[in-house]
Design a protein around this ligand. Structure first.
Ligand SMILES: NC(=O)c1ccc[n+]([C@@H]2O[C@H](COP(=O)([O-])OP(=O)(O)OC[C@H]3O[C@@H](n4cnc5c(N)ncnc54)[C@H](OP(=O)(O)O)[C@@H]3O)[C@@H](O)[C@H]2O)c1
Length: 187
Protein backbone atom coordinates (compact mmCIF):
# COMPACT_ATOMS: atom_id res chain seq x y z
CA UNK A 1 0.00 0.00 0.00
CA UNK A 2 1.39 3.40 -1.01
CA UNK A 3 0.82 5.97 1.71
CA UNK A 4 -0.97 9.12 0.58
CA UNK A 5 0.57 12.52 1.19
CA UNK A 6 -1.13 15.24 3.19
CA UNK A 7 -1.25 19.03 3.44
CA UNK A 8 -1.22 21.11 6.59
CA UNK A 9 -3.38 24.18 7.16
CA UNK A 10 -2.86 26.59 10.06
CA UNK A 11 -3.27 30.20 11.15
CA UNK A 12 -0.35 31.55 13.20
CA UNK A 13 0.40 34.75 15.11
CA UNK A 14 3.69 36.66 14.81
CA UNK A 15 5.00 34.40 17.59
CA UNK A 16 3.76 31.18 15.92
CA UNK A 17 0.83 31.02 18.36
CA UNK A 18 -2.25 29.09 17.24
CA UNK A 19 -4.55 28.83 20.26
CA UNK A 20 -5.47 29.99 23.74
CA UNK A 21 -7.52 28.13 26.36
CA UNK A 22 -8.64 25.52 23.84
CA UNK A 23 -9.92 28.09 21.36
CA UNK A 24 -8.65 30.22 18.49
CA UNK A 25 -7.10 33.51 19.68
CA UNK A 26 -8.93 35.46 16.95
CA UNK A 27 -12.12 35.43 14.90
CA UNK A 28 -11.39 35.93 11.21
CA UNK A 29 -14.48 35.06 9.18
CA UNK A 30 -12.65 35.42 5.84
CA UNK A 31 -9.98 33.00 7.01
CA UNK A 32 -12.55 30.50 8.30
CA UNK A 33 -14.19 30.67 4.87
CA UNK A 34 -10.85 30.06 3.17
CA UNK A 35 -10.20 27.14 5.54
CA UNK A 36 -13.58 25.57 4.67
CA UNK A 37 -13.08 26.13 0.96
CA UNK A 38 -9.56 24.71 0.78
CA UNK A 39 -10.19 21.70 3.00
CA UNK A 40 -13.53 20.86 1.29
CA UNK A 41 -12.51 21.35 -2.35
CA UNK A 42 -11.76 17.96 -3.86
CA UNK A 43 -9.89 17.83 -7.16
CA UNK A 44 -11.61 14.58 -8.16
CA UNK A 45 -15.33 14.28 -8.96
CA UNK A 46 -17.15 12.01 -6.51
CA UNK A 47 -14.38 12.04 -3.89
CA UNK A 48 -14.28 13.90 -0.58
CA UNK A 49 -11.31 15.23 1.33
CA UNK A 50 -10.35 14.13 4.84
CA UNK A 51 -9.44 16.32 7.81
CA UNK A 52 -7.20 14.86 10.53
CA UNK A 53 -7.08 16.55 13.93
CA UNK A 54 -6.05 16.03 17.54
CA UNK A 55 -8.75 15.29 20.10
CA UNK A 56 -8.48 18.78 21.64
CA UNK A 57 -8.93 20.47 18.26
CA UNK A 58 -12.07 18.36 17.73
CA UNK A 59 -13.28 19.47 21.19
CA UNK A 60 -12.59 23.10 20.24
CA UNK A 61 -15.04 23.02 17.31
CA UNK A 62 -18.50 24.14 18.46
CA UNK A 63 -20.85 21.15 18.53
CA UNK A 64 -23.15 22.64 15.89
CA UNK A 65 -20.24 22.79 13.41
CA UNK A 66 -19.08 19.19 14.04
CA UNK A 67 -18.32 17.11 12.06
CA UNK A 68 -16.86 19.50 9.47
CA UNK A 69 -19.30 18.97 6.58
CA UNK A 70 -18.40 17.31 3.25
CA UNK A 71 -15.14 16.06 4.74
CA UNK A 72 -14.22 12.76 6.38
CA UNK A 73 -13.42 13.72 9.99
CA UNK A 74 -10.59 11.73 11.61
CA UNK A 75 -9.76 12.35 15.28
CA UNK A 76 -6.45 11.31 16.87
CA UNK A 77 -6.45 10.18 20.50
CA UNK A 78 -4.45 7.83 22.69
CA UNK A 79 -7.13 7.72 25.39
CA UNK A 80 -10.51 7.47 23.63
CA UNK A 81 -11.68 4.02 22.56
CA UNK A 82 -14.51 5.15 20.26
CA UNK A 83 -14.77 8.11 17.87
CA UNK A 84 -16.29 11.12 19.62
CA UNK A 85 -19.98 11.49 18.63
CA UNK A 86 -20.14 12.87 15.09
CA UNK A 87 -16.57 12.01 14.09
CA UNK A 88 -16.09 9.46 11.31
CA UNK A 89 -12.95 7.72 12.56
CA UNK A 90 -10.71 7.53 15.62
CA UNK A 91 -7.01 6.67 15.23
CA UNK A 92 -4.35 6.08 17.88
CA UNK A 93 -1.54 7.71 15.88
CA UNK A 94 -0.90 9.84 12.80
CA UNK A 95 0.69 6.81 11.12
CA UNK A 96 -2.47 4.76 11.73
CA UNK A 97 -4.63 7.57 10.32
CA UNK A 98 -2.50 7.74 7.16
CA UNK A 99 -2.63 3.95 6.79
CA UNK A 100 -6.43 3.99 7.20
CA UNK A 101 -6.86 6.74 4.59
CA UNK A 102 -4.40 5.16 2.16
CA UNK A 103 -5.87 1.66 2.27
CA UNK A 104 -9.07 0.11 0.89
CA UNK A 105 -11.84 1.17 0.94
CA UNK A 106 -11.11 4.80 1.92
CA UNK A 107 -8.24 5.30 -0.53
CA UNK A 108 -10.78 5.23 -3.38
CA UNK A 109 -13.19 7.62 -1.63
CA UNK A 110 -10.74 10.28 -0.45
CA UNK A 111 -8.85 12.87 -2.46
CA UNK A 112 -6.85 15.34 -0.34
CA UNK A 113 -5.89 14.84 3.29
CA UNK A 114 -5.61 17.96 5.45
CA UNK A 115 -3.96 18.06 8.87
CA UNK A 116 -5.85 20.75 10.78
CA UNK A 117 -4.14 20.83 14.20
CA UNK A 118 -3.39 21.27 16.98
CA UNK A 119 0.16 21.84 18.05
CA UNK A 120 1.13 18.26 18.88
CA UNK A 121 -0.24 16.95 15.61
CA UNK A 122 1.30 19.82 13.59
CA UNK A 123 4.71 19.12 15.13
CA UNK A 124 4.64 15.47 14.09
CA UNK A 125 3.15 16.27 10.68
CA UNK A 126 5.83 18.87 9.83
CA UNK A 127 8.52 16.21 10.42
CA UNK A 128 6.80 13.63 8.23
CA UNK A 129 8.04 12.76 4.73
CA UNK A 130 4.34 12.53 3.79
CA UNK A 131 3.83 16.27 4.25
CA UNK A 132 3.44 17.94 0.86
CA UNK A 133 2.27 21.55 1.30
CA UNK A 134 1.72 23.82 4.30
CA UNK A 135 -0.96 26.52 3.97
CA UNK A 136 -0.30 29.27 6.51
CA UNK A 137 -2.35 32.28 7.45
CA UNK A 138 0.08 34.78 8.99
CA UNK A 139 -1.96 36.80 11.45
CA UNK A 140 -0.19 40.05 12.26
CA UNK A 141 -0.70 39.95 16.02
CA UNK A 142 1.25 39.30 19.21
CA UNK A 143 -1.87 37.98 20.97
CA UNK A 144 -1.29 35.70 23.98
CA UNK A 145 -1.29 31.98 23.06
CA UNK A 146 -0.72 28.69 24.88
CA UNK A 147 -0.54 26.45 21.77
CA UNK A 148 2.08 26.93 19.05
CA UNK A 149 3.10 25.84 15.55
CA UNK A 150 6.73 24.71 15.13
CA UNK A 151 9.21 26.98 13.36
CA UNK A 152 9.40 26.17 9.66
CA UNK A 153 12.70 24.54 8.72
CA UNK A 154 13.70 26.51 5.59
CA UNK A 155 16.14 23.74 4.63
CA UNK A 156 13.16 21.38 4.39
CA UNK A 157 10.39 23.69 3.17
CA UNK A 158 10.43 26.35 0.47
CA UNK A 159 7.82 29.06 -0.02
CA UNK A 160 5.86 28.74 -3.27
CA UNK A 161 3.26 30.82 -5.15
CA UNK A 162 -0.04 29.29 -6.15
CA UNK A 163 -2.38 30.99 -8.62
CA UNK A 164 -5.44 30.44 -6.41
CA UNK A 165 -3.84 31.84 -3.23
CA UNK A 166 -3.74 35.62 -2.92
CA UNK A 167 -0.58 36.51 -1.00
CA UNK A 168 -1.51 40.17 -0.54
CA UNK A 169 -2.12 41.53 2.94
CA UNK A 170 -5.79 41.52 3.94
CA UNK A 171 -7.58 43.02 6.91
CA UNK A 172 -10.66 42.14 8.93
CA UNK A 173 -11.89 44.19 11.89
CA UNK A 174 -8.46 45.79 12.25
CA UNK A 175 -6.53 42.47 12.16
CA UNK A 176 -4.09 42.16 9.26
CA UNK A 177 -3.28 38.76 7.77
CA UNK A 178 -1.86 37.19 4.62
CA UNK A 179 -1.56 33.74 3.10
CA UNK A 180 1.67 31.81 2.49
CA UNK A 181 2.20 28.33 1.10
CA UNK A 182 5.29 26.18 1.68
CA UNK A 183 6.22 22.93 0.01
CA UNK A 184 8.50 20.24 1.32
CA UNK A 185 11.64 20.22 -0.83
CA UNK A 186 11.96 17.06 -2.98
CA UNK A 187 8.39 16.13 -2.14
N1 LIG B 1 -4.74 28.47 14.58
C1 LIG B 1 -5.04 27.32 14.02
O1 LIG B 1 -4.96 27.17 12.81
C2 LIG B 1 -5.47 26.16 14.88
C3 LIG B 1 -5.79 24.92 14.31
C4 LIG B 1 -6.16 23.87 15.15
C5 LIG B 1 -6.23 24.06 16.51
N2 LIG B 1 -5.92 25.28 17.03
C6 LIG B 1 -5.94 25.51 18.48
O2 LIG B 1 -5.00 24.62 19.06
C7 LIG B 1 -5.45 24.25 20.35
C8 LIG B 1 -5.60 22.74 20.41
O3 LIG B 1 -4.35 22.18 20.15
P1 LIG B 1 -3.57 21.28 21.21
O4 LIG B 1 -2.16 21.26 20.80
O5 LIG B 1 -3.93 21.74 22.58
O6 LIG B 1 -4.25 19.86 21.04
P2 LIG B 1 -4.42 18.88 19.77
O7 LIG B 1 -3.12 18.64 19.11
O8 LIG B 1 -5.56 19.33 18.94
O9 LIG B 1 -4.91 17.59 20.52
C9 LIG B 1 -4.04 16.94 21.41
C10 LIG B 1 -4.62 15.59 21.69
O10 LIG B 1 -4.74 14.86 20.49
C11 LIG B 1 -4.35 13.52 20.67
N3 LIG B 1 -3.12 13.31 19.90
C12 LIG B 1 -2.23 14.24 19.48
N4 LIG B 1 -1.26 13.69 18.74
C13 LIG B 1 -1.56 12.38 18.67
C14 LIG B 1 -0.95 11.28 18.05
N5 LIG B 1 0.18 11.40 17.32
N6 LIG B 1 -1.51 10.07 18.19
C15 LIG B 1 -2.67 9.91 18.90
N7 LIG B 1 -3.30 10.92 19.51
C16 LIG B 1 -2.75 12.14 19.41
C17 LIG B 1 -4.19 13.35 22.17
O11 LIG B 1 -5.52 13.08 22.61
P3 LIG B 1 -5.87 12.29 23.97
O12 LIG B 1 -5.53 13.23 25.08
O13 LIG B 1 -7.34 12.03 23.86
O14 LIG B 1 -5.04 11.04 23.98
C18 LIG B 1 -3.75 14.74 22.60
O15 LIG B 1 -4.01 15.02 23.96
C19 LIG B 1 -6.78 24.96 20.56
O16 LIG B 1 -6.54 26.20 21.22
C20 LIG B 1 -7.25 25.19 19.15
O17 LIG B 1 -8.16 26.29 19.04
C21 LIG B 1 -5.55 26.33 16.24
Amino acid sequence: MALKKFNIIVAVSNDMGIGLNGDLPWRLRKDMKQFSLLTSKSTVNGKNNAVVMGRRTWDSIPEKFRPLPNRVNVVLSRTLSDPPPGADYLCGSLDKAMALLSDEPLNNQIDLIWIIGGSEVYKEAMMSPLCHQVYITRVSSHVQCDAFFPNIDKLKYKQISLSDIDGKEQEERGIKFRYEVYQQINN
